[in-house]
Design a protein around this ligand. Structure first.
Ligand code: K7E
Ligand code: CUA
Length: 762
């Protein structure tokens, strides 16, 4: 009844010209609860996640984009999506894969000369300093096509892709060491390490191998240095997840495995499938590696070159005491080092237990040379009882573990039970459980992989969404659920559908640690971080023709593209370089030319090139693709692809026939606008605007725009003196365009000052 009334009222009110929201704002909280069928608990959850307009979130999460080959950036606790970062897959908005420099990054990910434009991204990792997230870089792996990418968090752009030189798939990456010296990437499905070598499955045990690659990260360059990276040869056990030691276990790393049975399936030959043969034994192995010593051995020349890459062979690793195995309960999944580095927690997957391994016990066994056996490749095996400090039964299908800011408190995902278990790994006891919907894979606490987890929230990364959201066809989104972990009892707060691939894992950092830039230094190639060779300043725009190559050196600024006409001959190779001259925050221009499959996102200061062959004669409009300003639609031009030997038959563009009256009207408009600008300037300078860097930048930009009017004013006055009303009016109109942009910036600055409590000076 009430609902009907309300609709009726809002219709009437709407017709009367009032905002319908006026009706809503008259509601009490009780009305809304009743109306929407919400409980007090819902209200509490809403209050804990709601971030009002103008306020910002506390944490930023980077989630793998799964099969989309991208990274998803979202904020916590609001769960609002902030960005998709193109990594292994072209991303048109960012021009990723559509401009020359970003194509070059994607090209680094080619394998055997083939473009691979998708990725199965799994595990993002934030760079660390002393074991704490430093917010500088993000790494992410591609499981299907063994690759690793480096994203710079100054601009959230992918800068580098490296292809694993010896694996055919990988899963246990990316995990960083405590100062990001290395990024760890472990293989998944065993294969011969030599490229393009064929060995039959009958030679699986002898010729197939697993391994771990330690990618050397050069922080100063912000790039991985493949020449200084190395791998460790491992048995053909399917290496799974990894983690780097920290604190007590600094210098070591730990990698799980499954299918240490080395079973080879073959349903078509009447053999039981992999799933049966790979889980037949009661235990698999955790690989324990002294990576610091391994790196020293490689530096000392003890590695073997395979495909031009340093590989420390098992035999050497065993002889030198850098590689050990410890049994783990059947088909384990996560391996997660505790914040202090003293324990390594392994989840059972097919076992209800999680096992807490003690690094101290492991070291004691190694020191004492106490091994229960050797595996078929001669690797010493430490007995489980000599390495495990406790085992705790948590529930069905334990997968991954994350840590709280409170000591000894961990959270483990239970895949089969669809629950999160909160437990104490020092005392070995379960503290709480919360149900999630459905089938949780990874989970993530704030800064949960670091030596100083931040607690507060946990996100459950659920594989299925089933009945959670409005159905959108057989392929459902995934569901990231936010859980409050600040109290003793976990409280489910929010469901966020994620419609981009299967996000396996995510990492979240305190938003204050991220310090992204707002603009590039003028003329920067963002993918190399170096000055772009074709950077162009205002007034230096030009078109250079050499044989059949046409190169455009252009600029972008509100609201025009210089040049506005590009004339080429059919068959010419065209390169268009564009520099965005803007300094104002968020004044990005986009660029495309009709039908040449080209797009650039040109943020303030950036220089971007697009290249194509003008292979068909015709007329091709080009334009700015970002709604950058009121006259964004007019930010346009024409590429004219002329037939060979074409001669003009008509000269001169059609005139508008503007009169003296038109000119005078425009001049008046200019004068009126100047009055507005002057009043805004008077306000800004009457307050302490210099205390607001954002405003100082806007004011600088505003004067930059206004500064351009001087020359143009001279032009319209000169034309008027000659009674050339056509040009006089057009140039006067251009003065007004600059004024509009100045006024727009000035008003933005004024609003900012008013909203942020600027004070009168004097
Ligand atoms: Cu458990 Cu690939 Cu990290 Cu998915 S993995 S869940
Ligand atoms: Cu520039 Cu739209």
């Amino acid at each position: 009844m009430k609902r009907l009334n309300r609709t009726a009222i809002s219709l009437v009110v709407g017709c009367m010209g009032f905002a319908a929201s006026a009706v809503w704002s008259a509601d009490t909280l009780q009305d809304v609860l009743k109306e929407r069928g919400l409980s007090q608990q819902d209200l509490l959850a809403a209050a804990k996640t709601y971030v009002p307009t103008g306020k910002r979130d506390e944490f930023v999460a980077f989630a793998s984009g799964g099969q989309s080959g991208q990274v998803i950036v979202y904020a916590i606790p609001s769960m609002r999506i902030l960005k998709y970062i193109g990594v292994f897959t072209p991303e048109p908005w960012q021009g990723y894969g559509f401009d020359e420099s970003s194509k070059a990054v994607l090209k680094q990910g080619r394998i055997d000369g083939k473009d691979i434009t998708w990725g199965d991204t799994h595990h993002p990792a934030i760079s660390e300093t002393n074991g704490e997230y430093d917010g500088q870089f993000l790494f992410i792996n591609d499981k299907a096509n063994p690759r690793l990418a480096v994203i710079d968090l100054r601009d959230f752009e992918t800068k580098q892709i490296v292809v694993n030189p010896i694996f055919k798939s990988e899963h246990g990456g990316a995990f960083v060491t405590t100062n990001s010296e290395y990024v760890i990437e472990a293989a998944q499905y065993a294969a011969p390490l030599e490229n393009k070598k064929f060995y039959p499955l009958e030679e699986f045990n002898e010729k197939y191998r697993g391994g771990i690659t330690y990618w050397k990260f050069d922080r100063k360059e912000g790039r991985i240095d493949p020449a200084k990276s190395f791998s460790l040869e491992l048995p053909p056990y399917s290496q799974d997840l990894s983690d780097a030691g920290k604190g007590a276990s600094e210098g070591w790393s730990f990698t799980n495995s499954f299918c240490s049975e080395r079973y080879v399936g073959g349903i078509e030959k009447g053999r039981p499938p992999y799933e049966a043969g790979c889980s037949a034994k009661d235990t698999d192995y955790m690989h324990v590696v002294n990576w610091k010593k391994a790196a020293e051995l490689v530096a000392a020349g003890k590695a073997k070159k395979i495909n031009g890459h340093d590989v420390l062979m098992m035999e050497t690793a065993v002889k030198e005491g850098v590689l050990f195995l410890i049994p783990e309960p059947k088909s384990p999944h996560g391996v997660d080092v505790t914040p202090d580095g003293k324990h390594i927690i392994v989840a059972g997957k097919l076992d209800t237990h999680v096992s807490v391994y003690s690094f101290e016990k492991i070291q004691a066994a190694i020191k004492a040379g106490k091994f229960e056996s050797k595996d078929p490749y001669g690797i010493p095996v430490i007995a489980m009882k000599d390495a495990v400090s406790t085992q705790v039964s948590l529930g069905l299908g334990p997968l991954h573990t994350q840590y709280d800011s409170k000591p000894c408190v961990a959270y483990t995902s239970l895949y089969v039970d669809s629950q999160v278990a909160k437990w104490n790994y020092c005392e070995g006891k379960v503290l709480d459980k919360v149900s999630v919907h459905y089938n949780i894979g990874h989970l993530m606490t704030m800064e949960g992989d670091s030596t100083k987890p931040a607690g507060k929230y946990l996100v459950a990364l659920n594989k299925l969404a089933i009945d959670r959201f409005v159905p959108v066809g057989p392929l459902h989104p995934q569901n990231h659920q936010l859980i409050d972990i600040s109290g003793d009892k976990m409280q489910l707060l929010y469901d966020m559908p994620l419609p981009l691939g299967e996000p396996h894992y995510a990492v979240a950092i305190d938003a204050k640690k991220l310090k992204p830039a707002v603009r590039y230094k003028l003329g920067t190639d963002s993918r190399t971080d170096k000055p772009h060779p074709a950077a162009t300043k205002a007034g230096e725009e030009r078109i250079v023709k050499k044989g059949n190559k046409v190169e455009v050196f252009g600029t972008l600024i509100r609201s025009h593209i210089t040049p506005e006409t590009i004339e080429v001959e059919v068959g010419d190779e065209v390169t268009i370089n564009l520099t965005n001259l803007e300094r104002a925050q968020d004044e990005t221009h986009g660029f495309t030319v009709s039908t040449f499959n080209t797009h650039a996102s040109v943020e303030p200061g950036k220089t971007v090139s697009v290249k194509f062959k003008a292979d068909k004669e015709g007329v091709y409009p080009y334009y700015c693709t970002e709604f950058c300003s009121a006259l964004h639609l007019e930010m346009q031009g024409y590429l004219l692809v002329k037939p060979k030997g074409w001669k003009p038959t008509k000269t001169g563009l059609a005139a508008q026939n503007y009169t003296e009256a038109d000119y005078k009207a425009t001049v008046k408009k200019v004068a009126d606008t100047q009055v507005i600008i002057d009043s805004v300037v008077a306000y800004i300078t009457s307050v302490n605007y210099k205390d607001f860097p954002e405003v100082v930048a806007m004011v600088e930009d505003a004067f930059d725009q206004l500064g351009k009017t001087k020359d143009i004013k001279a032009k319209h006055e000169a034309a008027a003196a000659k009674k050339d009303w056509e040009n006089a009016n057009l140039w006067a109109e251009q003065v007004w365009q600059y004024q509009v942009k100045t006024a727009d910036l000035g008003l933005r600055a004024k609003t900012f000052l008013e909203q942020n409590g600027a004070k009168k000076v004097k």
